[in-house]
Design a protein around this ligand. Structure first.
Ligand SMILES: [Zn+2]
Length: 286
């Protein structure tokens, strides 16, 4: 049982639509990358903030979007949401030297908005990243999958996992980092907090959420901007999807899911939850 009121820890990994497709990882020219986004991330922000209504969420921003459109982090903060970092340029990023360079690129807006939270791209993080995050002023990371209620201390950084549900082998000890593998899936652990799972199961995910909330736990789930606002149709996107049909659940519209989620469950940003958890233990991360 958690010492704080259970709620859904809601996050949006605010990334361009092409972050889904690995063949754009090698595209390094910032102007070409901005052109590829085609203004989508800017057009999507206001409607997404409207979809969140009175709820407050964690929005982990890909830093290059803040370079293209500095008004986006401002809009997120002005609307009362928690602004976090989802790396500067979205690609698999586990090498600590590469990560150090990536994290440096967002220093100015992270300082300006006092960013405390980090979500690793592809939910993939290395042990050495935690010290780096701590040294760069982060209070927490949400970069592994584990059952709801798991809160792990890594030096002076906390790890708040994206939720899984475990059907067997209940009393496991969880440690970060933790790579989510098919082996875990087959052993009876399901990563229901992933927007991929939400794309497959839709509001069936509410059963997992309800089960955890009833146990006094706070499930952590994430969505993407292109799941709430449809990216403009293009031959390129159609081709990318045809070549990667396994990614379709990521592109399924989840506005209805979000609306229903906000109607049925209390939600909060991850940072708020961490502050309350630490306060209940007489601690502060600041
Ligand atoms: Zn991502």
């Amino acid at each position: 049982m958690s010492p704080v009121s259970p709620r859904v820890l809601l996050s949006i990994d605010y990334e361009p639509w092409f972050a889904l497709f690995r063949h754009y990882d090698s595209l390094t020219d910032p102007l070409e990358r901005r052109d590829l986004d085609g203004g989508f991330t800017l057009r999507a922000i206001d409607p997404i903030l409207e979809q969140l209504m009175d709820a407050r969420a964690s929005i982990y921003l890909v830093g290059e979007i803040g370079d293209w459109y500095p008004e986006i982090p401002q809009k997120i903060v002005s609307a009362g949401h928690e602004l976090g970092l989802h790396c500067h340029i979205h690609r698999p990023l586990k090498n600590v030297d590469e990560l150090a360079q990536d994290v440096r690129a967002s220093t100015s807006w992270r300082k300006k908005y006092n960013v405390q939270g980090y979500r690793a791209p592809m939910i993939g993080i290395d042990e050495s990243a935690y010290q780096l995050l701590g040294a760069n002023g982060f209070a927490y990371s949400s970069s592994i999958y584990a059952p709801s209620g798991t809160l792990l201390q890594k030096g002076n950084v906390w790890e708040i996992p994206v939720s899984t549900m475990r059907w067997r082998g209940k009393n496991n000890i969880y440690a970060a980092p933790r790579a989510f593998t098919f082996q875990l899936l087959f052993s009876g652990e399901f990563p229901y907090g992933s927007s991929f799972s939400i794309g497959v199961l839709g509001t069936q995910i509410f059963k997992f959420i309800e089960r955890d909330l009833k146990r006094g736990l706070s499930p952590s789930i994430f969505l993407h901007p292109y799941e709430l606002i449809k990216p403009p149709p293009s031959a390129r996107l159609t081709r990318d999807v045809l070549l990667n049909p396994h990614l379709l659940p990521f592109l399924r519209n989840k506005s209805g899911f979000l609306k229903s989620l906000l109607k049925h469950f209390p939600v909060s940003p991850l940072g708020t939850y961490l502050d309350e958890m630490l306060a209940s233990q007489g601690q502060s991360h600041a």
